[in-house]
Design a protein around this ligand. Structure first.
Ligand code: GLY
Length: 410
């Protein structure tokens, strides 16, 4: 595994892998500065690698079951932490359990998935967070699709309706957005919200009627506000912005988990790509396709296919912590985008890129037999703690991307 910024041998292979017509380069431009780690020869994920990843996931996820609390993750060599159902990460472990059940059809996974989803359903009526898409939306949507119990699927559908209404209470008609939080007292929105707003669209579309249409409108407009205010001209994203809630005007950036307010936090870019792709899949709105393409193209032109970036796309220090979770979230988003992309050449490029990156993520040292959790070398909040770790969101999006990859035609 070589540690190189650009012109890695792997990038050359990636060019061959991605040799389809595309209006933007799929590998790093010569002056790109993002620090990345690339395999010697990036190749699309193989069936054997997929089997190995699912088998490691089965061992690790089973080992985390037992207590009623929800697995969070471990930073460095510290203890593996667990949380109540009210942490922003609470939905990721139940989501991984549903994906295990979908992959294996084993009733033991169904029992666990239903049990852990049950823990998070009461959170749906909580108005104290904007992260209800992660916490309730993700596991309840998977449960509604996969659980054979009609009693439980009714409960999941009801929780989704409640969660969408709870999130909708944060709507501000001047900003045209759902408030993420008050950051230092400022009315603020975070790019991560791109992953929560699609729940409003999905629930609203299912419900229909005046109430349902309002949910769809709010979810869609929130995504359009992100596209207009957070996506820079070059396709990179801001992390947090403060708005004036009376006029709707942007009042300035707010520092979050990235290198600076002018940089591009890797996981923020990944949330944007994935969220815009989901929102376009739901709405067919060309403004969201444009945002998905621009954010995806920024990523692929800074991180060669098969490579794993540092925690911020403006980091140039090759010793800096990586964020493999950002690569997993991006791969998952690119597979969604590839499925719905209206341009066939772009679709092939995004798909090839995602499969090459999954080929790396499914290998050591990113996925290892003797680790804790499934996906290693993720970063949570580097400015607060620079150690890499293993976290439940990286696990869930790796499995989600593996499940999507398995549905592709050869
Ligand atoms: N939503 C917090 C994070 O991605 O770290």
């Amino acid at each position: 595994m070589s540690r190189r910024r650009t012109a890695a041998a792997g990038a050359v292979v990636a060019v061959a892998l991605l040799a389809v017509a595309h209006p933007r380069p799929a590998v790093a431009a010569p002056d790109a500065a993002t620090s990345v780690t690339c395999p010697a020869a990036p190749l699309p994920i193989t069936a054997a690698q997929q089997d190995r990843s699912w088998s490691i996931a089965a061992t690790q996820l089973a080992a985390l079951s037992g207590p009623a609390s929800l697995p969070f993750g471990a930073t460095g060599s510290s203890a593996y932490l667990r949380t109540s159902a009210y942490a922003w990460t609470a939905g990721f472990y139940p989501a991984s359990l549903w994906l295990m059940y979908e992959h294996t059809s084993d009733p033991a996974w169904l029992r666990l998935a239903a049990e852990y989803t049950q823990h998070v359903l009461p959170v749906a009526s909580w108005h104290g967070t904007h992260d209800l898409g992660f916490m309730v939306g993700l596991p309840a949507t998977l449960g509604a699709r996969l659980d054979p119990s009609s009693q439980r699927t009714t409960a999941y559908a009801s929780a989704l309706r409640t969660a969408a209404r709870s999130l909708s209470t944060r709507w501000n008609g001047r900003v045209h957005a759902l408030r993420s939080s008050y950051y230092g007292g400022k009315w603020g929105v975070i790019i991560d919200s791109a992953m929560n707003a699609p729940m409003l669209i999905e629930v609203g579309q299912r419900e229909g009627g005046i109430d349902g249409q309002r949910l769809v409108r709010r979810g869609t407009q929130h995504m359009v506000t992100l596209a207009n205010s957070f996506v820079r001209a070059d396709g990179s994203t801001r992390h947090r912005l403060a708005f004036n809630p009376r006029t709707g005007a942007v009042t300035g950036p707010i520092y979050g988990q990235g290198l600076s307010t002018a940089s591009t936090w890797s996981r923020g870019q990944a949330w944007a790509i994935n969220g815009f792709a989901q929102a376009f899949a739901l709405t067919g709105d060309s403004r969201l396709l444009d945002a998905a393409r621009r954010t995806a193209d920024y990523w692929t032109s800074h991180v060669p296919a098969g490579c794993i970036p540092a925690w911020d796309l403006d980091v140039t220090d090759s010793a800096a912590p990586h964020d493999s979770s950002a690569a997993a979230i991006t791969s998952d988003g690119l597979l969604t985008l590839a499925r719905i992309e209206t341009d066939a050449a772009r679709s092939m490029t995004y798909r090839a890129y995602a499969l090459a990156t999954l080929g790396t993520l499914a290998s050591s040292p990113w996925t290892v037999e003797d680790g804790r959790g499934v996906l290693q070398r993720q970063s949570y909040n580097v400015p607060a703690d620079a150690r890499e770790g293993t976290y439940s969101w990286g696990d869930a999006f790796l499995l989600h991307a593996l499940a999507a990859a398995a549905t592709l035609q050869p």
